[in-house]
Design a protein around this ligand. Structure first.
Ligand SMILES: *[C@@H]1O[C@H](CO)[C@@H](O)[C@H](O)[C@H]1NC(C)=O
Ligand SMILES: *[C@@H]1O[C@H](CO)[C@@H](O)[C@H](O)[C@H]1NC(C)=O
Ligand SMILES: *[C@@H]1O[C@H](CO)[C@@H](O)[C@H](O)[C@H]1NC(C)=O
Ligand SMILES: *[C@@H]1O[C@H](CO)[C@@H](O)[C@H](O)[C@H]1NC(C)=O
Ligand SMILES: *[C@@H]1O[C@H](CO)[C@@H](O)[C@H](O)[C@H]1NC(C)=O
Ligand SMILES: *[C@@H]1O[C@H](CO)[C@@H](O)[C@H](O)[C@H]1NC(C)=O
Ligand SMILES: *[C@@H]1O[C@H](CO)[C@@H](O)[C@H](O)[C@H]1NC(C)=O
Ligand SMILES: *[C@@H]1O[C@H](CO)[C@@H](O)[C@H](O)[C@H]1NC(C)=O
Length: 830
């Protein structure tokens, strides 16, 4: 849940009451087509793109871009809608279209939107050239209800004037196709200045009437970062379709440039076509380097290739990504197939690959480059661990991009937005991401282009070197080291940044320190292992034993019986922010939770966020110590109280499915030796929060953090970041195979006794769904609660998860619990 620029997330949910529009988009044919494809699927020649619903997350603040894109494409063609539409498109049919544009991001929470530069708008202008409505406000149009169409590599909209706009793309270029009603004359406005956040800071448009080419270049601002910074972007529009189309020159000029300055700059080009053509093809290239490079990108990536061929190439690229996970389609519930492949699609949609398109300090870098990392606090938990399972080559490129941030800036990026440094949310979560890579692929690191020495130096810079300004990179590390926590209201003479979120920053810094400790252990840096192991336990320093919240009753929603002891006192020990002298600053653990009665409380990046937690309550964030949950259990009063507190957390409504600090909480029961409870809880939260409709995400996709969380839930796995451990749960499908084409390994997971009836919110009595036993290539595992990447997906082979109906009979790990530092866990590196 990346924070919106000036609006707390909780406010966004509670203050703007959401009235869903009458469902009129997308076209009902989108779902009909997917349903038919799933029904028809057999084991030969599967086209996985046909299972993908790109509209999931385009309503209910999902902020997903359904536009035409290749995997990790820099170009994502989508229309830009009015209202709250950070990714350009939303299904809400009360909003109007401003134009079609090539640059977008997917799953980012900026309230103002991100990119949307270089909009083109087709129009009819029945009264002729001089009557065309050219400004943003006047050119907006409604869509025809029930007509929006899109699929991987393709996007189409029909406006209420019957003009259809279609697009398909390559990494940095693409084709737009406009179909006008018969007998009409095609007019277009091409916008120079407007982007979604209205951040234009100057630019130029050049017109070559002979070539039929318009080039645009300019400066715009970030959607989630300091407003003082600008990025450059360029586009190249070729209007003649290789000479098959002719521009209108009835006015003596091929193209007229207009320039209107009202509240904001409005400038661009207006042009029309001669002849009887009703279909117009326009080729577009983009670049972050120059207009020349934008034109070259269009020439090299598209050339004179047809719309259909570019689309087919895109579909082939998508199938290569989507087929990394294969399932038994006929025996998998249809909604699960659609959810899985739609989520896997988004898991390769971002970050946008802008390699070779660098600017600022990255200009001319020889390393891979991605234009946004939006933000690491969101993606370290599930996004990169999923990529790590099957795509180490792509993962290594992104890791190299993080390290390049350290090479160029001295610290790794935390949140890059629109090529610019974005706001830090937790600390330096990039440490966890590169740490996860190192732990999982240290044997192959150099082959994958990663120097582990450099990777480690980058982590140490984040962990040890205080930046002058930690709002955009690094951490407030001097005072953190001095006090053992991030103190509230401290006179910090060594750095500046927003003095808020001291509770959650301490919890995140401690986990980032654990990531550094893991790589120190890997590289035999003995002293650092001691230092960073110690620092990784600093999370304990913000727990205030004197805080209590909420009593609880003995009622439980899950049908698996809770442990017997009933305690009727309130829960104790919650994370709190702390003064430098050690005194805790009291904030109610309920504050900033969904149960907070004060709608106006600031909970995000605002300077007057007083609670001490980022977009969360203390109720929610106090679960966060993924490397040492065993001690958290002790802090909270033992296993029974811990389980009751988890139950209460969910039943009383403190849980926020769409918020990253909550990602691992439903599986917390594993650590208290109650894995069947985790199975029940995951079924419940999946069915309460995710589905195949446009509103089917519990909030912002956060560059597919949410998509990849759902993938893990469906697979019956959960990763512990910066380790190689997976927690084992109950798959939502009978069988899946994960291919890792770099390691040349294929691993098939079979859910023995799988029963489709278990795939619902509450597992019915007598239906097999609980994990009794796990075998890896015929060998039973020591524990049924967890296994390791080095014993499973790295090697390939067969994993069998045997399911039984009686959850209670198997509600313990029958072996070791998942690891925690304080109980001797994480003692060796695989
Ligand atoms: C499997 O599906 C493909 C593509 O839909 C189809 O052409 C083929 O006939 C099917 N094969 C069988 C055995 O049903
Ligand atoms: C779309 O349908 C809604 C009712 O659901 C209606 O109010 C609106 O006018 C329709 N829009 C168009 C462009 O026909
Ligand atoms: C990014 O683009 C570069 C240049 O085309 C390519 O080599 C690389 O494989 C791409 N990376 C990803 C993750 O798509
Ligand atoms: C961490 O180090 C500090 C300072 O050396 C020491 O006081 C503390 O006991 C250590 N904590 C742990 C958990 O080892
Ligand atoms: C610690 O500092 C705070 C803020 O200045 C103050 O209110 C509190 O009384 C101090 N605690 C002690 C034990 O001195
Ligand atoms: C919780 O239960 C586990 C497994 O039975 C046990 O090892 C652990 O010591 C218990 N934790 C506490 C704090 O009692
Ligand atoms: C599949 O999802 C749709 C849309 O959420 C829902 O109406 C339908 O009941 C689901 N089907 C099953 C079998 O769960
Ligand atoms: C995977 O297989 C390819 C082609 O057979 C081979 O070139 C490559 O070295 C193998 N990779 C590993 C990690 O074994």
């Amino acid at each position: 849940m990346t924070g919106v620029r000036a609006l707390s997330l909780l406010l966004a949910i509670s203050a703007c009451t959401w009235h869903p529009a009458v469902q009129a988009q997308p076209s009902p044919q989108v779902q009909e087509r997917i349903t038919a494809a799933i029904k028809a699927a057999n084991s030969t020649n599967i086209d996985y793109t046909k299972f993908v619903n790109v509209f999931i997350g385009t309503d209910n603040y999902g902020d997903v871009c359904p536009g035409a894109s290749v995997p990790f494409g820099m170009v994502k063609f989508s229309t830009d809608l009015t209202g709250y539409a950070p990714a350009g498109y939303v299904t809400d049919n009360t909003q109007t279209i401003r134009g079609l544009s090539p640059l977008h991001d997917s799953g980012t929470g900026s309230s103002l939107g991100t990119y949307g530069n270089f909009e083109i708008m087709p129009m009819l202008c029945p009264g002729g050239f001089n009557t065309c409505a050219t400004t943003l406000a006047t050119r907006e149009r409604f869509r025809k209800n029930n007509t929006d169409e899109a699929s991987p590599g393709y996007f189409s909209q029909i406006m209420d004037n019957d003009i259809q706009m279609e697009a398909t793309s390559t990494r940095r270029a693409g084709l737009e196709r406009f179909t006008f009603p018969k007998g009409s004359k095609p007019y277009f406005v091409l916008d120079l200045s407007n982007d979604l956040p209205a951040s234009f800071a100057g630019g130029t448009m050049d017109i070559d009437p002979v070539k039929g080419r318009i080039t645009i270049g300019g400066l715009w601002g970030s959607s989630f970062g300091p407003g003082s910074l600008n990025y450059q972007a360029f586009a190249c529009y070729d209007l003649l379709d290789g000479g098959k189309q002719t521009l209108d020159d009835s006015r003596g000029k091929l193209i007229v440039l207009f320039s209107l300055i009202g509240d904001q700059y409005e400038s661009g080009a207006l042009f029309s076509y001669s002849g009887k053509a009703t279909q117009i093809n326009i080729r577009v290239g983009v670049s972050f380097v120059s207009t020349d490079q934008a034109c070259q990108n269009a020439e090299e990536e598209v050339g004179d290739t047809s719309f259909e061929e570019i689309m087919a190439q895109s579909v082939a690229l998508w199938n290569e990504k989507l087929s990394k996970i294969e399932i038994d389609v006929p025996n998998t519930p249809a909604n699960v197939t659609e959810l899985l492949y739609s989520s896997l699609y988004r898991a390769s949609l971002t970050p946008n690959n802008a390699t070779g398109e660098t600017q600022g300090v990255f200009a001319g870098t020889t390393h891979p480059y991605f234009d946004s990392l939006y933000c690491s606090w969101d993606t370290f938990r599930t996004y990169y661990p999923l990529m790590s399972l099957h795509s180490p080559v792509e993962f290594a490129q992104i890791v190299d991009n993080y390290i390049d941030g350290w090479r160029k800036n001295g610290w790794m990026p935390e949140c890059r937005a629109n090529n610019l440094p974005g706001w830090t949310q937790g600390g330096s979560s990039g440490d966890v991401i590169v740490g996860h890579f190192a732990l999982n692929y240290h044997n192959e690191a150099s082959e994958l282009g990663i120097d582990l020495g450099e990777l480690y130096s980058a982590m140490l810079a984040d962990g040890d070197i205080n930046p002058a300004e930690w709002d955009v990179q690094g951490r407030q590390v001097d005072v953190y080291k001095q006090y053992g926590f991030v103190p509230f209201s401290v006179l910090d003479s060594s750095s500046t940044g927003r003095q808020t979120r001291e509770g959650s920053r301490t919890l995140e810094y401690a986990f980032e320190d654990f990531a550094i400790r893991q790589v120190a252990l890997l590289l035999d840096k003995t002293d650092d292992v001691t230092t960073y192991s110690n620092r990784s336990l600093f999370y304990r320093n913000v727990f205030d034993t004197s805080i209590t919240s909420d009593g609880f009753s003995s009622t439980h929603s899950l049908h698996v019986s809770p442990p017997s002891a009933l305690i009727d006192s309130p829960f104790e020990d919650f994370a709190q922010k702390r003064y430098p002298n050690g005194t805790f600053f009291f904030t109610d653990p309920v504050d900033c939770s969904p149960n907070d009665k004060d709608d106006s409380r600031e909970c995000s990046l605002q300077g007057d966020n007083e609670v001490g937690f980022y977009e969360s309550s203390s109720w929610e964030y106090s679960w966060f110590a993924p490397h040492d949950t065993a001690h958290l259990i002790t802090l909270m009063g033992g296993n029974n109280t811990f389980v009751k507190r988890l139950d209460h957390f969910f039943n009383a409504g403190y849980y926020l499915a769409g918020n990253e600090p909550s990602f691992q909480t439903p599986i917390g029961y594993h650590y208290a030796n109650h894995p069947s409870h985790s199975v029940d809880r995951v079924r419940q939260i999946v069915f309460e929060n995710f589905d195949i409709t446009p509103a089917g995400l519990p909030g912002n996709d956060d560059q597919a953090a949410m998509a990849t969380l759902l993938v893990f839930h469906l697979l019956g796995l959960y990763p512990v970041p910066s380790t190689t451990q997976f927690l084992v749960l109950s798959p939502f499908m009978p069988k899946y195979t994960i291919h890792n084409s770099f390691l040349n390994s294929s691993t098939t997971v079979t859910a023995k006794n799988f029963d489709q009836r278990s795939v619902q919110k509450t597992i019915p009595e007598g239906v097999a769904a609980y994990v009794k036993q796990v075998t890896i290539n015929g060998q039973q595992t020591e524990s049924r609660c967890h296994f390791d990447f080095y014993d499973t997906f790295r090697l390939g082979g067969d994993i069998e998860i045997e399911l039984v109906p009686d959850g209670e009979s198997v509600d313990n790990c029958a072996g070791s619990l998942p690891e925690s530092l304080s109980t001797g866990g994480w003692s060796t590196i695989r």
